[in-house]
Design a protein around this ligand. Sequence first.
Ligand code: ADP
Ligand code: MG
Length: 283
Amino acid sequence: KKYVPRHNKLDVEKHYKIGKELGSGNFAVVKAAVKRDTNQKVAIKMIDKKLCEGKEDMIETEVAILRQVQHPNIVGMIEEFDTPEKLYLVLELVEGGELFDRIVDHGSFTEQDASRLIRQITAAVKYLHERDIVHRDLKPENLLFRTPDHDSDIMITDFGLSKLINENLALETACGTPNYVAPEILLQKGYGKPVDIWSIGVITFILLCGYPPFYDESDALLFQKIMKGKFAYDPSYWSTISDSAKDVISSMLIVDPNRRLTADQVLAHPWVSGKTARDVNLS
Ligand code: ADP
Ligand code: MG
């Protein structure tokens, strides 16, 4: 199936008034915009095709996936515009900022807040996995709050690296952000849905203590730690955190992808379904 562009660049500026930059990543710049005829506020992700030469399939994949996906915790795509140099994805505007920035500002979250966020993220991932979509780049920069409120819902964005997988076909391109990548990616063993659960495990750990489970100045040593699945609950940060929280993290950060929890199992875990997460920080 060949990707058929629906618009040209003139149309983008004809239909949208483009405003300030909201963020950027490896391939794209994202800007706020307003639809001229309806005043609808949106975000437009602008992908420079030169930066992804030889990876044009990646773009088509992102568009194909975004078009299909509809979930309250996943940033939706409204329409797209295609030119020879750039692809413009018109996205639902998400105004609460990145989880990354809230971690930097707050240090860590209460168990109840973390549990609620992990429940929403995992529900979105379950939705994707049911459609044989693996996100592959789950990290706090790609998790956005719907509103600036403290108790805002969270949404997954950025399917730039995700692929639709066939039942038997493992994903084999090595990519991702070192701190969040699963061991099987580093071992280049091919990877599928369990890589997202590993990333959720890393994110859960960080939400509760403010630092990552696997860290090293040297990428080589970091990779070794991840491949061994070696991490610790340092008592000076973790003594007040429930055993149930540690249990769900330890069940996601399992090196063997076949033994790792599935999205369904994470959602069924008592810490995630909301019964055992502590409501106050005991420290
Ligand atoms: P990349 O593929 O380059 O990483 P992303 O889709 O992750 O691009 O977007 C880069 C950044 O732009 C995000 O980390 C976020 O801060 C911001 N951003 C992306 N999509 C939206 C959106 N729909 N609403 C608001 N900000 C967004
Ligand atoms: Mg991104």
